[in-house]
Design a protein around this ligand. Structure first.
Ligand code: HEM
Length: 428
C-alpha cells in the first residue's frame, strides 16, 4: 500500500516529536483565550464566571493545530472570530452525502440545481481545502532556500506529502492524490479529535468524583501548568493512568466515528468467512464502533462511564478487574471487566491496514489539551444541561452525536472555575 507508506512519514514518531512544541503553543493560546472569555473571577461559588461551550472551543483549537501542522499556518480560530464558520462547513458539507439520492446527484451536473445547500457547502469546503494546499505549495517553494535546521523546524504534514517518495518504488504523490489527501486530512483530523475532546469534558462534567480524581492525578504529577508535556519530551503525560483511562472511556462511549466503516468482500465468486459466516463477494460489511462499544460481552455495565475499567492492577484499583472495589473478583458493583476484554472490543480508531494513521497525534492533542485545561479549571455542569438519552432519569448520561461519518454533537456547555494550586497560591 504505497500511499499509506507515504502518508505514514507525516505521522512518524520523529514527526510527532517535531509537532509537540507547536501543539503546546496552540494549547497555551487556547487556555488564555478561554480565560479571557470567561473573565478573571476567583471561582468562589458559581457567580462571576461565564459558562462556555467547550465543544466549540475544542473545534477552534483542533482546527488551528491542523492548519499549522498540516499546512504551516494556523486558521486563527482561537484568537479571532472571523474564520470560525469553517467549523460548521464540514457538517453542512458532509450532511448531504448521507442522503443516497443527493449523493448520486452530487456527481452529476444536476447536483448544482437539485442538490440543495449541502451541494454548495461541499464545493465551498473543497475549495477551502484546495486553497490551503495551494498556499502550502507556494510557501514550500519560498522556503526551499532555507537552512536545513530552520526547514526541519517548519516541517508540516504537507511537506512530507509534497516531497515524500515511497522508499520501495521511489514514487511520489500525483497532483490529484494531493488534492484528495487535503480533503481527507481536513475531515479526518479535525472534528474527530475535537469531538473526542468535547466528549471527555462532557463525561467528566457529569461525573464530579471522577473529575476530581483526574485533577488530583494531574496536579500531583505537574507542579506548573507549563510543565505539562506528552511522552515525547521530559515529562510523561502519557503515563498518567487515570488520564489515559478517561480518554479511552470517553472514546468508548462516544466514538467520534460512530457508524460502520464499509468494507466490500472483493471478487465475484469469492467468499469471506467472517465470524463463522460465509459472506459472498460483492457484499458490503462493517462494524459500528458505537454498537461494539456497548456490547456487554466486552464491557460490563456498557452504558456507564467507568474509566476504572481501563486501569491495570498496578494503577491504583489494585485488582485490575475494573470494578474499583479492590477485591479482584470483578463483580463488586457489577461494573468493568478485565482490561484485555476492553481492548479487544475497542475500535474507536479502527485497526488493520486502514486504521487511523493519526491515532498517536490525536492522543497527544486530546491528552495535552484536557490535562492543561483541567490543571487550571474545574468544570461545573449547569443543572439544566444534564443530558440523558432516555427520559428515564436513572439511565446514564450520554454525549449524543449524529452520525455524519464523523459524529456531530453539541456542547458541552459548562461553567469553568479557576481552581489550581499555583493560582490559589498567587491569590494568597
Ligand atoms: C479521536 C480522534 C480520531 C478518531 C476517533 C479517528 C478515527 C479514524 C478511523 C476509525 C479511521 C479508519 C477509517 C477506515 O478504516 O475506513 C481513521 C482513518 C484516518 N484518520 Fe483518523 N481519527 C482521529 C484523528 C485523526 C487525526 C488527528 C488525523 C490526522 C491529522 C487523522 C487522520 C486519518 C487518516 C489520514 C485516515 C485514513 C488512513 C488511510 O486511509 O490509510 N485521524 N481515523
Amino acid at each position: 500500500m504505497p500511499k499509506r507508506r507515504l502518508l505514514s512519514q507525516a505521522f512518524s514518531e520523529r514527526a510527532l516529536r517535531d509537532y509537540e512544541p507547536r501543539i503546546c503553543a496552540h494549547i497555551e493560546a487556547w487556555i488564555e483565550a478561554i480565560q479571557n472569555e470567561i473573565g478573571n473571577g476567583d471561582g468562589d461559588g458559581d457567580g462571576g464566571l461565564a459558562d462556555i461551550d467547550l465543544g466549540q472551543w475544542s473545534n477552534y483549537l483542533i482546527f488551528d493545530i491542523l492548519g499549522d501542522l498540516g499546512y504551516g499556518s494556523s486558521f486563527g480560530l482561537v484568537t479571532t472570530a472571523t474564520n470560525r464558520s469553517v467549523v460548521d462547513l464540514i457538517p453542512k458539507a458532509t450532511g448531504g452525502w448521507y442522503s443516497p439520492l443527493r449523493r448520486i446527484l452530487f456527481q452529476t451536473p444536476l447536483g448544482a440545481y437539485l442538490g440543495g445547500p449541502s451541494y454548495h457547502h461541499n464545493i465551498q469546503f473543497r475549495t477551502f481545502c484546495l486553497s490551503k494546499l495551494k498556499e502550502r505549495r507556494q510557501k514550500d517553494a519560498a522556503e526551499k532556500a532555507e537552512e536545513p535546521a530552520a526547514a526541519a523546524a517548519r516541517r508540516v504534514m504537507f511537506t512530507h506529502l509534497l516531497h515524500g517518495r515511497d522508499p520501495e518504488t521511489g514514487e511520489g504523490y500525483s497532483t490529484g492524490d494531493l488534492a484528495c489527501e487535503s480533503v481527507l486530512l481536513m475531515v479526518a483530523g479535525s472534528q474527530s479529535t475535537a469531538g473526542g475532546l468535547a466528549a471527555i469534558f462532557f463525561y467528566l462534567a457529569h461525573h464530579p468524583a471522577k473529575l476530581a480524581r483526574l485533577r488530583a492525578e494531574i496536579h500531583g504529577a505537574f507542579a506548573r501548568e507549563q510543565d505539562i508535556r506528552y511522552e515525547y519530551a521530559s515529562c510523561a503525560l502519557a503515563t498518567l493512568p487515570y488520564l489515559r483511562a478517561c480518554v479511552n472511556e470517553s472514546l468508548r462511549l462516544s466514538p467520534p466515528t460512530p457508524g460502520h466503516l464499509p468494507r466490500d468482500v472483493l471478487g465475484p465468486g469469492a467468499v469471506a468467512m467472517i465470524d463463522g459466516h460465509a459472506v459472498p463477494g460483492g457484499t458490503t460489511v462493517g462494524v459500528s464502533p458505537y454498537a461494539l462499544h456497548r456490547n456487554p460481552s466486552y464491557f460490563r455495565d456498557p452504558l456507564g462511564f467507568v474509566p476504572e475499567r481501563w486501569l491495570a492492577p498496578r494503577d491504583g484499583d489494585g485488582d485490575g478487574d475494573g470494578d474499583g472495589d479492590g477485591d479482584g473478583d470483578g463483580d463488586g458493583d457489577g461494573r468493568g471487566g478485565p482490561m484485555v476484554m476492553g481492548m479487544v472490543g475497542f475500535a474507536a480508531f479502527s485497526g488493520g491496514p486502514t486504521g487511523c494513521i493519526g491515532q498517536q497525534l490525536a492522543m497527544v492533542e486530546m491528552s495535552l489539551a484536557a490535562a492543561r485545561l483541567l490543571w487550571r479549571f474545574d468544570l461545573r455542569l449547569l443543572r439544566r444541561r444534564r443530558r440523558r438519552r432516555h427520559s428515564d432519569s436513572s439511565s446514564p448520561v450520554e454525549f449524543v452525536a449524529k452520525d455524519r461519518f464523523v459524529g456531530q454533537a453539541e456542547g458541552p456547555r459548562v461553567r469553568l472555575v479557576v481552581s489550581c494550586p499555583a493560582r490559589r497560591g498567587e491569590a494568597d
